[in-house]
Design a protein around this ligand. Structure first.
Ligand SMILES: NC(=O)c1ccc[n+]([C@@H]2O[C@H](COP(=O)([O-])OP(=O)(O)OC[C@H]3O[C@@H](n4cnc5c(N)ncnc54)[C@H](OP(=O)(O)O)[C@@H]3O)[C@@H](O)[C@H]2O)c1
Length: 232
């Protein structure tokens, strides 16, 4: 079979970058994406020794940028097999729901929810046509109603919404060999997670890759951490 083609959003650093590296090692063709070309090209050149890594700029919060990457993917590959919605921002630990700056909340939603939503809407038609697709939404335990406490209001509610989107999309494409799942990577040492986090980016990428590789007729519309289902 031809190599599967994967696109990872926000993959110039952190968990996204580690996900690209591990996928390359496994033999996938991977499209690394970044908001800034210089960051993306730097990341691409670091990963070139591991396999077929392509680069295109992408800001998931910008509809024109999403249109541009769609055109690139169609022209360069003619299809997309796996979409990893990893881009995420603003772990707003400085706010509570009662004092959150709602402009900041809107900005958070534009990337964490609408960005992933727009990417899914953009690439699902290709997946439906080819009767194969995997979408992995990189969520967080902070977005789980089961685990949710106070704090990080914009971030947590954006991830809870991303979880809801995961269920809705999974239902929409049921029976079409497209699996849509959400994953919590755990607490990971990145710019967002900070230095105290116990997990490496490689460890954070583990369940994301597992969900990207699920076999046909497998889980869809579920939420996982460490390859095990967790409560929404
Ligand atoms: N780290 C953790 O402990 C943890 C825990 C649970 C969930 N997560 C989730 O895991 C994912 C990756 O997190 P991380 O820790 O690797 O974060 P990170 O180190 O802060 O990296 C975030 C990445 O997202 C990109 N990004 C931000 N806004 C974007 C946009 N509008 N369009 C495209 N890319 C955008 C950033 O690009 P720039 O370099 O241009 O800013 C960067 O590449 C996020 O969804 C996060 O919520 C992380």
């Amino acid at each position: 079979m031809e190599q599967r083609i994967v696109l990872v959003t926000g993959s110039n650093r952190g968990i996204g970058l580690a996900t690209v590296k591990e996928l390359l090692i496994k033999g996938y063709k991977v499209i690394l994406t970044a908001r800034k070309a210089a960051d993306g090209l730097r990341a691409q050149s670091k990963l070139q020794e591991f396999g077929d890594v392509y680069f295109h700029t992408l800001d998931v919060a910008d509809p024109d940028s999403v249109e541009q990457i769609k055109a690139y993917v169609e022209k360069e590959f003619g299809r997309l097999d796996i979409l990893i919605n990893n881009a995420g921002i603003n772990y707003d630990s400085w706010h509570t729901a009662s004092n959150a700056d709602l402009n900041e909340v809107e900005e958070t939603f534009r990337t964490n929810l609408i960005g992933a939503w727009r990417m899914a809407q953009t690439f699902l038609p290709m997946m439906v046509k080819q009767k194969y697709g995997r979408i992995v939404n990189v969520s967080s335990g902070a977005g789980s109603f089961n685990e949710m406490g106070g704090g990080t209001p914009g971030y947590s509610i954006s991830k809870a919404s991303l979880n809801a989107l995961t269920i809705k999309l999974a239902v929409d494409v049921k029976g079409k060999n497209i699996l849509v799942n959400a994953v919590c990577p755990g607490w990971v040492r990145t710019d967002m997670g900070g230095l105290a986090a116990p997990r490496s980016p490689k460890k954070g990428a583990e369940t994301i890759i597992w969900a990207a590789e699920l076999p046909d007729k497998s889980f869809t519309g579920k939420f996982f951490r460490d390859m095990k289902e967790i409560h929404w």
